[in-house]
Design a protein around this ligand. Structure first.
Ligand SMILES: [Zn+2]
Ligand SMILES: [Zn+2]
Length: 123
């Protein structure tokens, strides 16, 4: 951990990284490219930003995609949870993110409802 470069807390632009889960080499985005916070193949991420303190985090745990959210602009966002410290983060879904994995995450609550589905027929 280095405290010599305070600018790194301001610079949240992602650089090239290797996915901690599937090992894919993810190139750094171009100047106009999408902000890439997670692997486009398995959608895993790494805990490198402190969401609460908004600086760098030294946790570096793997972040599992647990859910998608749809804000007002209808552009899906992916919610990650760190497997090491349970912190949540949110990042924009990129155009080349794996649509199959995205859909699997999106329908998971529907596949495992917390109540018997028959209840819906009685409403
Ligand atoms: Zn991956
Ligand atoms: Zn963490």
């Amino acid at each position: 951990m280095s405290f010599t470069d305070p600018d790194t807390t301001e610079n949240t632009r992602p650089t090239a990284f290797r996915c901690v889960l599937c090992g894919l080499s993810v190139p750094a985005p171009g100047p106009d490219g999408p902000q890439r916070g997670h692997c486009p193949s398995c959608l895993s991420s790494r805990h490198v930003h402190d969401q609460v303190g908004s600086g760098a985090s030294d946790c570096e745990g793997r972040m599992t995609p647990i859910s998608v959210v749809v804000p007002r602009d209808h552009r899906w966002r992916l919610v990650h949870r760190c497997v090491r410290c349970d912190e949540l983060s949110e990042s924009a879904v990129a155009d080349d993110d794996n649509p199959l994995v995205l859909m699997r995450i999106a329908v998971r609550p529907l596949a495992e409802p917390p109540f018997p589905l028959e209840l819906l027929g009685e409403v």
